[in-house]
Write a protein that binds this ligand. Structure first.
Ligand code: NDP
Length: 241
């Protein structure tokens, strides 16, 4: 019997690709997002629970996880994937956009980790995989608050990895490069968006397919519990930065 996997941000992009792959491999799933209709439209069958949850709301996130654990048992893998990228230079971008990114990308990850770690450390079993970005260790123009949030994810992941290592709990991090998802659809700054698209064109417009990120995450999780693939950096071969 396979154990419960929780995926935040399962309504599109990497999250939807991971949901499909783990579902095809018969893992019980809790799929989370604000647009539940998009998760339902994936038409997954079997042991799948879908709940509306905003990762910035720890109470909402916690009650969704509690409901799934009552049905499927303790969460063995939490994938903190939900995230948001809003572009713009620091002297023009709205502080509201900075706050939204920091709340979603940093607080959302901390919220999820705090909810599952008590049972994982008690069981001496469990894995957390945080989806960061190449922007988690490298700066890009027009990305200041996004870069700050993803550097944060790198830092907090390594901190918690050290904190729970002696409890046999794994914390892993995946740093993807540019991929074809809905990530850019929220950008409000047209100039920053045009510059991003022009950068993508320098790579022939080719970016990473989310299914390859999903396969990587599955490989990392399915390694024996005593092996921790701490960090994976994955990008399209054509990405030169
Ligand atoms: P998408 O925009 O396609 O997916 C983002 C997901 O996050 C959606 O399912 C969305 O669901 C969810 N989400 C956003 N805000 C919240 C919130 N407050 N509460 C709950 N869910 C939320 O983008 P990606 O698939 O690309 O992004 C997934 C992760 O990958 C992010 O962390 C992103 O930073 C990272 N990443 C993406 C890269 C890329 O080029 N695409 C490159 C490197 C990293 P809903 O709106 O339904 O709530």
């Amino acid at each position: 019997m396979k154990s419960l996997i929780v995926i935040t941000g399962a309504s599109s992009g990497f999250g939807a690709a991971m949901a499909k792959l783990f579902n095809a491999n018969d893992y019980p799933l809790l799929l989370l997002g604000r647009r539940v209709e998009k998760i339902e439209a994936l038409n997954l069958t079997g042991d799948v629970m879908i709940k509306k949850a905003d990762v910035t709301d720890q109470v909402q996130l916690g009650s969704a996880i509690k409901a799934a654990e009552a049905k499927y048992g303790p969460t063995d893998l939490l994938i903190n994937n939900a995230g948001l990228m809003l572009l713009g230079n620091v002297w023009q971008q709205s502080p509201t956009e900075w706050q939204t990114m920091l709340d979603t990308n940093v607080m959302g990850v901390l919220n999820g980790m705090q909810l599952v770690l008590p049972q994982m450390t008690e069981r001496h079993h469990g894995t957390i995989i945080n989806i960061s970005s190449i922007a988690g260790y490298k700066a890009f123009q027009n990305h200041a608050a996004y870069v700050a949030s993803k550097f944060g994810v790198h830092g907090l992941s390594e901190t918690v990895r050290q904190e729970v290592a002696d409890k046999q709990v794994r914390v892993m991090l995946v740093a993807p490069g540019a991929a074809e998802t809905e990530l850019l659809t929220h950008v409000t700054d047209d100039h920053a968006l045009t510059e991003y698209e022009a950068w993508k064109e320098t790579m022939g417009g080719l970016t990473l397919d989310p299914k390859h990120v999903a396969e990587t995450v599955k490989f990392m999780y399915e390694m024996p519990q005593e092996v921790n693939i701490r960090e994976v950096d994955i990008a399209a071969t054509r990405q030169d930065s």
